[in-house]
Ligand binder design. Structure first.
Ligand code: G3H
Length: 526
């Protein structure tokens, strides 16, 4: 094992006791849960104690909800009625405080979820950029609405307004970035939020608690800890939540929706599972396809919703593709997140290697081979990616979202086969299409775009750049996220309308001139 750089060592566990309730950092005195990393600090393997977090329950969950509900106050709260520039000011304060915590957050990303140093830094920096870009987009959105339109003798000022209380639950693979892609637009649009961190990647939020507390008014954001089922369920049952925003599993999303007593009141903003395929046509540039499929299927060990989770290769080129691909997989370096060469890193879920092993064993029983020499090699916190071939529909790995290091490959003879499979799939996020002949590509693109939401031509699947729409069909998503779309998702179009006549016009003019209303306001925010 390479030595752990001094500044990245865990000297003292972080015993997180504070939580953010009603504008105060309260000290938790109840039960706690220990937080471990699957990365060892010693030569002899042993998981590392990183610290502990509060184990909260229904009572605390309802207190947090009450505070957010009070801050929204049925739309009468200070936050939802505040001037746009004042909310922007709070967000700017937050991001400037957040930037000071980069080193600590990046270190914890590595330890808690095993993400490489470069990717952890990228996650932090991408999030900071996301916040700044959101602020700029919100200003633009506000400018567009800051005017009256006259139609059929009616003057109207049309803007976007908040929805209410948002319950925000993020995923463990991007505990900072993806969580914030929900939190930030929700807050800036004037909603109030109850936020519970994911199952891993919790301590990395500790350095940011103070920033949340000092940047936002009381009750605008409440942060609690505990198990999803125990804290999110009672919150949903009250019916006080207007938006369920969750990036995670479709089954949990359905279970939570079902608890809400007012189905039409509840808006959903969900990023869920996917089983993105790569389709490799006979004329594809194989070296390019191999390298894109490596990064697509195995960056962050395949623990990305956008990861390539099944590869369809035309049977005429399957041998060549498989050889090149398997050789490349075996060249990937495994190491701890701070090891310079490491591409594959420890899995944060202690039981993940066993699960991946089950998928491999099941595939073998049903006729697949492991093509690469190192495939399936076990260590304490890892299982080396196995390239499984030929995969068929009897296998679990064909149906399940593996979310980990195993790559199933199938062949096809007729392009209709992968198209039919995609149509039958419960998921519909993205596809990677590898080929060159535009006579083949053109009609295929026209069909694929109706099966998924993003067709990546000769490129792996990914969420970014964050200005592009991120969404999916079927069980892959509800709603669209991107810097711009998220502002729309977390708000609703609203307007003030008035029949044109002298009496009304005078009042509107007075409202504009006096600037007494924060809605009827044409201020340009620089
Ligand atoms: O887990 C799913 C993420 O949205 C993937 O984002 O494509 O930037 O890794 P990414």
């Amino acid at each position: 094992m390479n030595a752990i750089p001094k500044h990245l060592q865990i000297n003292e566990p972080i015993h997180q006791r504070e939580y953010l309730l009603d504008g105060e950092l309260k000290v938790w005195e109840g039960k706690t849960t220990e937080v471990f990393s699957t990365i060892s600090s010693t030569n002899e393997y042993k998981h590392t104690l990183l610290g502990s977090i509060p184990y909260m329950g229904e009572k605390e969950a309802l207190e947090a909800l009450k505070s957010s509900d009070k801050a929204f106050k049925n739309g009468q709260g200070n936050w939802p009625t505040m001037k746009v520039q004042d909310r922007i000011q709070c967000m700017e304060n937050f991001v400037s405080l957040m930037k000071d915590e980069r080193e600590e957050v990046v270190k914890l990303l590595m330890w808690e979820i095993g993400k490489t140093k470069a990717d952890s830094e990228k996650e932090f920096d991408r999030t900071v950029k996301y916040i700044y870009d959101t602020i700029e987009d919100y200003k633009e959105l506000n400018h567009e609405g800051a005017r009256f339109t006259k139609v059929q003798g009616i003057n109207a000022m049309i803007k976007r307004s908040p929805l209410g209380v948002v319950l925000c639950l993020g995923p463990y693979n991007y505990p900072l970035n993806e969580t914030f892609t929900l939190l930030i637009p929700a807050l800036i649009m004037g909603n109030t939020v109850v936020f519970k961190p994911a199952k891993f990647g919790v301590l990395l939020l500790s350095p940011l608690l103070k920033a949340f507390q000092s940047a936002f008014p009381k009750g605008v954001i409440n942060i609690l800890y505990g198990r999803g089922r125990e804290v999110a369920s009672p919150i949903m049952k009250t019916g006080l939540v207007t938006v369920l925003s969750l990036i995670g599993n479709s089954k949990s999303a359905i279970a939570l929706q079902d608890l809400h007593p007012g189905k039409n009141k509840l808006r959903l903003i969900l990023g869920l599972e996917a089983k993105n395929p790569a389709i490799i046509l006979p004329d594809a540039n194989l070296d390019l396809a191999v390298s894109e499929c490596i990064s697509g299927s195995l960056s962050y060990n395949g623990q990305r919703c956008t990861a390539l989770k099944i590869i369809y290769v035309h049977e005429s080129i399957a041998d060549e593709f498989n050889k090149k691909f398997s050789a490349k997989v075996d060249q990937l370096k495994f190491g701890n997140p701070w090891d310079n060469e490491a591409f594959l890193t420890p899995l944060p879920e202690p039981n993940k290697p066993d699960y991946i092993q089950e998928l491999i064993d099941d595939a073998k029983v049903n006729g697949a081979n492991i093509l690469n020499k190192k495939g399936g090699e076990r260590s304490n916190n890892y299982i080396f990616p196995a390239v499984l071939f030929p995969v068929n529909k009897k296998m679990r790995v064909y149906h399940e979202e593996q979310f980990g290091p195993v790559v199933p490959i199938m062949t096809f003879n007729d392009i209709q086969e992968p198209l039919d499979d995609m149509a039958a799939s419960d998921y519909g996020q993205q596809v990677s299409l590898f080929g060159k002949d535009t006579n083949t590509l053109a009609p295929l693109i026209d069909v694929l775009i109706n099966l998924v939401c993003r067709v990546n031509l000769n490129s792996s699947c990914q969420r970014g750049p964050d200005v592009f729409p991120f969404t999916g069909r079927k069980d892959s998503a509800v709603g669209t996220l991107s810097i711009h779309d998220a502002l729309r998702s977390f708000s609703i179009r609203t307007f003030v309308a008035s029949k044109e006549n002298e009496y009304n016009n005078e009042i509107l003019q007075e409202l504009l001139d006096s600037k007494k209303s924060n809605f009827i306001n044409t201020d340009y925010i620089l």
